[in-house]
Design a protein around this ligand. Structure first.
Ligand SMILES: [Zn+2]
Length: 316
């Protein structure tokens, strides 16, 4: 089978490797799509010391069951499924255990059925425990922000505020149900938020952008004792310049990341239920598709975010 291996900075090689062997309690999956994740970019932009290369990455995969081991009960050959995989997603085939596999509804495409990011947003929201009629701000409404936004619509929030510097993304946020959209390049966001919240700030602010600027905005828009959620992925060095103020404001600080496998798989199950029931619409989010041989272009798009970009998916 073909697989894309990352040998170093911008050095993808499509290689012919053996099909993975699978045990009685495993499934062999023909991969149909695998999303390019923001969290994968740093190891592709440069060769990170301490990481093993060549790397076999890709963790947002979906596909078709090619063969099922003898002990597999819930799935059979031909089933369309979303996966939670530990890398190895940018390839034609992968093996998984039964608990890493989630059914896809007939009218959901493989590109839309990305279990891992939906698991992250689902678990982030469960941990945040948003209350009815909360005012909520999303700082950064790229791919993850737009999934969070749609899920928050089902949680009975009173005002859902989308903040982003890309105007076209704010249009999508509007279409997907944001009550208010704010562009920091055009308006004073903290002042606007004060006007919208009787001078107090929002009850819950999600930092989704994963950059210093989005972190900095948290304390400018969140009310005293409100919830601050660090949801964005921060591989580089970051600073909280005003920790004294965070302290004084008595914020509830929530790390929206998870490493426990049971939690992650439970989030995948819940998230995929929402996708299959049309409570989340992934169609407008999958804006850029590439073949396996074009994987470098897919990563370049994820990095440079051309006009209209939300998410790149490699279709295999
Ligand atoms: Zn991911």
């Amino acid at each position: 089978m073909k697989a894309a291996l990352l040998y170093g900075a911008h050095d993808w090689r499509i290689e012919e490797i053996d099909s993975p062997e699978f045990g009685d309690d495993e499934l062999l999956i023909t991969i149909k799509a695998c999303g390019v994740c923001h969290s994968e970019l740093h190891q592709w932009e440069e060769k990170v010391p301490g990481l093993d290369y060549p790397r076999f990455i890709g963790h947002e995969a979906s596909g078709i069951v090619k063969s099922a081991g003898k002990k597999i009960k819930k799935f059979k050959e031909g089933d369309r499924v979303a996966l939670w995989v530990f890398g190895k997603g940018f390839a034609e085939e992968v093996t998984v255990k039964e608990n890493q596999v989630f059914p896809i509804a007939d009218d959901i495409t493989f590109e839309e059925a990305l279990a891992e990011p939906i698991s992250c947003t689902t678990n982030g929201l469960l941990k945040t425990n948003v209350q009815l009629a909360d005012t909520v701000a999303l700082i950064g409404t790229g791919f993850m922000g737009l999934i969070l936004l749609q899920q928050l619509k089902h949680q009975g929030v009173s005002k859902l505020i989308a903040i982003d510097i890309r105007e076209e993304i704010l249009n999508t946020a509007n279409q997907l149900g944001a009550d208010i959209v704010l562009n920091p390049a055009k308006v004073e966001v903290p002042e606007e938020i004060r006007k919208l919240t009787d001078g107090k700030g929002v009850d819950v602010a999600f930092e989704v952008g994963g950059v210093q600027q989005t972190l900095d905005m948290l304390s400018q828009i969140t009310r005293m004792e409100g919830k601050i959620v660090i949801f964005g992925y921060h591989p580089g060095k970051r600073v909280i310049n005003d920790l004294g103020y965070w302290n004084w404001m008595a914020y509830n600080i929530i790390n929206g990341h998870f490493r426990n496998m049971d939690t992650i798989l439970d989030g995948s199950r819940r998230g995929m239920e929402m996708l299959n029931k049309k409570l989340i619409n992934m169609k407008p989010l999958i804006t850029h598709k590439y073949k396996l041989s074009e994987i470098e272009n897919a990563f370049m798009a994820a990095k440079n975010k051309p006009e209209g970009f939300i998410k790149a998916v490699v279709v295999i």
